[in-house]
Design a binder for this molecule. Sequence first.
Ligand code: ADP
Ligand code: MG
Ligand code: MG
Length: 213
Amino acid sequence: MTTITSQNLVDLFLAIAAAIDQDKERLSELDGVIGDADHGVTMNIGFTAVKNALGGLDTTEADPTTVFNTSAKSFLNAVGASSGPLYATAFMRAGAAVKGESALDRNAMVEAFKAMAKGIQDRGKAERGDKTMVDAWLPASEAIEAAAERDESLAACFAAAATAAEEGAEATKTMQASKGRASWLGARSLGHMDPGAASTALIVRTMADVFAH
Ligand code: ADP
Ligand code: MG
Ligand code: MG
C-alpha cells in the first residue's frame, strides 16, 4: 500500500479489533498480575464498538478524519477503564493530524501515528519508565519518525514502529509502575509486562501487517 484511503483505514481498525479479540485472554491475564484483570475485556469492548460504528460509515463519503473521529467517539463511549480516554484522545489527534486530506500518503500516516502517541502521553501524563502503554507508544513513535527521515517505505516505517513497540513492551518488565493501578503494587510490579504496553505492541504489529502488502 502506498496511499491509504478511508476504506483502508476502516479495514485497519477491523484488523486491530480482530487481533485484540484473539488475544484478549492474554491481555487480561497480564492485567490480572499487576492490575484488575480486565484489560483484554476493556480493549475488546472498545474495538468492538469501533467496529460497529465504522460499519455504519459510507467510506465513499467519509474522509480519514471522520474515520478516526468516529472511532474515538465510539471507543470513549464504550470503555470506562483508563484506556478509554487514552485511545479516544489518540484517535482524535490522528484525525486532526490529517484534517482536509482525502487519502493518506506515507508522511500523513506517519504524522497520524506520531499524533496518536503524543495524544496518549498528553492525556495520561505518563513519562517514559512509568510502566504504561507510553513505554511502547513513545519508542514506536520515535522509530517511525526515524524511518520516515531515512525515506523508508510506509511498510518499512510501520515495521520499524512495531519492532520498537514490542521491545518497549518487553522493557516494561524491568520497570516499577508509577501510573495507573499497578503503581499501588510498588516493587511488586517488577518482572511483569504492563498489559497496556502489551496491547500497544499487538496494535502496532497489526498495523505493520496490514501495511505490509
Ligand atoms: P484500568 O486500569 O482502568 O482497569 P485497563 O486495564 O484497560 O484500565 O488499562 C490498564 C493500562 O492502562 C495499563 O496497563 C497502562 O498501560 C495504561 N495506563 C494506565 N494509566 C495510564 C496513564 N496515566 N498513561 C498512560 N497509560 C496508562
Ligand atoms: Mg485493568
Ligand atoms: Mg479496570
